[in-house]
Design a protein around this ligand. Structure first.
Ligand code: NDP
Length: 337
């Protein structure tokens, strides 16, 4: 049984030394337990927060503890009445080959599951985040301009496509020409701007001639600096993530923007609201899943998965996620289906 533990807390960008691969015996299920084989492991930006002991909405991973992750797994042995070998389960089982469950941390999905990896992306936590953040907090109206960064990623790709279904003009922001092309041509956003371009702020302004009504915040940092002057009166900003700041060890350079932001919020009556998806919206997961499955089946929502093979490659893939190396929902295939 291989597992990846937090070896030390990162300072700034995580390094391979912060994570350690350990090998041990495959555990055996006791009465009331089932043994799970991890098949697809989800890598997500929030894991950077769990590596740190700074105050957060969730407790950190202990040094020496297995890294947290959602995964889809299969039951391989069971001493639990609700689990049979061959069943698929979804739950928070961590960066490891095998785990034990008493049933409390996983949901049994039965023996037949057509597209297990989708439950980690478009039909799982990131898709749900996009759906609730955009619709409940963003409240997009037909004809409005919606802007979203990390637009080719798990959350951003769904935000923009749902906003298109609601009749909005949608501008994506992504890193590099290839991601921008995908966002425009495959996801059918109206425009996509490369945040690494020298004249990024000017290009964004040009793409938003009527200003911005909904800015779905995935990134923060320099992207938010460029968005601020374009915000319309009564704009809504669902604050979903600030990935540009997750590895920060110091305040951003330049003048303090807080007074400007507060003045803007006041003058333009802007509503900015953070949310933590399952803490705030868990009861609405069923509604989301039903709607999103329909949209995916009908071809209204496209998605892309970036699948890496091998648990041992998870640390590098995760470090890359915080640098924009992934292209689509980042998933590790730990074992064959
Ligand atoms: P993605 O699949 O979008 O991958 C992360 C992407 O972030 C990278 O590919 C990169 O895209 C972009 N990025 C990284 N660093 C920077 C930077 N410095 N400046 C600009 N862009 C950067 O990840 P997810 O879709 O899973 O997550 C998107 C956001 O949603 C994250 O902030 C995450 O924390 C947040 N989130 C929040 C939840 C909540 O409950 N509030 C739940 C789930 C996610 P590119 O190359 O295009 O720049």
């Amino acid at each position: 049984n291989r597992r990846i533990v937090l070896a030390s807390r990162p300072h700034g960008e995580p390094t391979p030394e912060n994570l350690r691969l350990e090998t041990g015996e495959v555990p055996q299920p006791a009465a009331g337990q089932a043994l799970l084989r991890t098949v697809y492991l989800s890598l997500d930006p929030y894991m950077r927060g769990r590596m740190s002991d700074a105050p957060s909405y969730a407790p950190p991973v202990e040094v020496g503890g297995v890294m947290v992750a959602g995964a889809v797994s299969r039951v391989v042995a069971s001493q639990h009445p609700d689990f049979t070998p061959g069943d698929w389960v979804l739950g928070s089982t961590g960066w490891q080959d095998y785990s034990l469950t008493d049933g409390s941390n996983v949901r049994n999905l039965g023996a037949h599951l057509k597209h297990p990896s989708r439950l980690l992306g478009v039909l799982g936590m990131p898709g749900f985040t996009a759906y609730m953040g955009l619709l409940d907090i963003g409240q997009p109206q037909p004809g409005e301009t919606v802007v979203v960064a990390a637009a080719s990623g798990a959350v951003g790709s769904v935000v923009g496509q749902v906003a298109k279904l609601k009749g909005c003009r949608v501008i994506g922001i992504a890193g590099g020409a290839e991601k921008c092309r995908y966002v425009r041509e495959e996801l059918k956003f109206d425009e996509c701007i490369d945040h690494r371009a020298d004249d990024f702020a000017r290009l964004l302004a040009q793409a938003c001639p009527n200003g911005i009504d909904v800015y779905f915040e995935n990134v923060g940092g320099a992207v938010f600096d460029a968005v601020m002057p374009l915000l319309n009166a009564r704009a809504r900003i669902p604050v979903c993530g600030i990935i540009a700041q997750y590895n920060a060890t110091a305040l951003p350079s330049g003048p303090d923007r807080l007074p400007m932001l507060q003045a803007l919020i006041l003058r333009k009556r802007i509503r900015m609201q953070g949310f933590i998806i399952f803490d705030d919206y868990a009861p609405r997961f069923g509604e989301f899943l039903q709607q999103m499955e329909t949209w995916v089946d009908q071809g209204h929502i496209k998605f892309r998965e970036d699948i890496i093979d091998g648990l041992e490659n998870a640390p590098q893939a995760f470090i890359g996620l915080l640098r924009g190396k992934n292209f689509g929902k980042l998933i590790v295939r730990v074992a064959a289906e």
